[in-house]
Design a protein around this ligand. Sequence first.
Ligand code: NDP
Ligand code: MG
Length: 414
Amino acid sequence: MIRLGIIGATGSIGEQAIGVLNSNRGRFHLKFATAHTRRSELELLTCNHGSHGVPELFVTSEIGSQPVLDAIHLENIDLLLVASEGVSGLEYTYAAANAGVPVALANKESLVLGGHILMPIFAEMGGGSQMFGGVSGGGVSGVSGDTFGAMFGGAGTGAGTGAQIVRPGVIPVDSEHSAIFQSLMGQDTSSVAKIVLTASGGPFRKFTPSMMAGITREMALFHPNWSMGQKITVDSSTMMNKGLELIEARYLFDMPGDKIDVVVHGESIVHSYVVFKDGATIAQMGVPSMLAPIAFALGYPYRLETGLPTFDMLKYPTLSFEAPDTARFPALGLAQEALKVDSPCVYIGLNAANDMAVAGLLNDTIGYNDIARVVAHILDSEFLYKTDTGTIDGVQSLVDEVQHKSTQYMKRLR
Ligand code: NDP
Ligand code: MG
């Protein structure tokens, strides 16, 4: 029985995670779950969950809600799913890392903001290896390559099988990173030539530059392949989502930026792949549904029921791949430039400015094409490079400053 906490249970990922729990009764004990605004939905979701005792429910009115932080430390959980939105995930991810609780991480912003602080802690939890764990005493075993530090190792207790699970400090929920994680299992990680993240390209993949100029908030909130929360839907449309994922991959897999590529793949069937130095390439595929990566992260190293149909390659006789166009999607270009600098303050600036700009679009303060302008403005600002970002407080204070400066700049754009 996996004792689980969920941050952001009322969101798109949170709800699907509860669906996975429902499909795998007897494997999980939901100890607590949080919502931010939707208290009644939280009650409904978790009461439907049933069978394993009543979970504690929290409404997080502030960033880093103390009762939730206490629960992470005191509830004796085996795994915390962090699926809240934007900057809000960082404090909870950090609390779990400090409490020695493995994290199933959907909230990519946690890593973009705090990967430089979090990954060394996750690596310690993994006994010095970053990602691959397994089951001790045989069964599924992983690579414990030093290159990968925080993911392939770790601690925790069994999934009802009686075996001792060696769970990594952090397991990605993001579908691309889950695909890379799965493609690397059992591999010699020093032989990786490239990690390639696939991108759907979003709703504007085929837009001409002049069509791009006319994009509205409503158009940005429609995604052809995925049903997600508003912020990530907008990020997918600008391709900033892929930019954040590049940085997420850089931290999770301890890869230099020049070994992480993006390929646009409109069908979202190949979820990402790894190219090895001998030319062998391992991809992970499936229908576009977050249920599979969520289930993989929650059940690791076991595969759980998801209710998804058996994958049939014959339904996808032609798959397409193309290079991304950073002229039409400047947000992705900004993230690629940030990777070249490879500094936490640049990643923090990019993430926090983007958060503010997306919020600005959602509340009609700025236009769609202003999003990349706000991010570029912040990345060009000198103040960004003057804050000590070695602590979570330092990160938070830089986030606050970026938010303030972004707001001022957005007023000039109106
Ligand atoms: P949603 O907007 O659907 O849900 C966000 C969740 O976070 C809700 O439970 C919401 O509570 C809660 N929340 C919002 N603000 C705060 C806050 N300040 N403090 C604590 N909790 C808060 O988002 P998604 O589920 O789509 O995405 C969640 C995370 O997962 C994001 O980081 C996203 O990038 C990532 N992700 C999502 C994917 C997807 O397919 N949706 C795919 C890959 C990654 P309430 O609803 O009660 O207000
Ligand atoms: Mg993704």
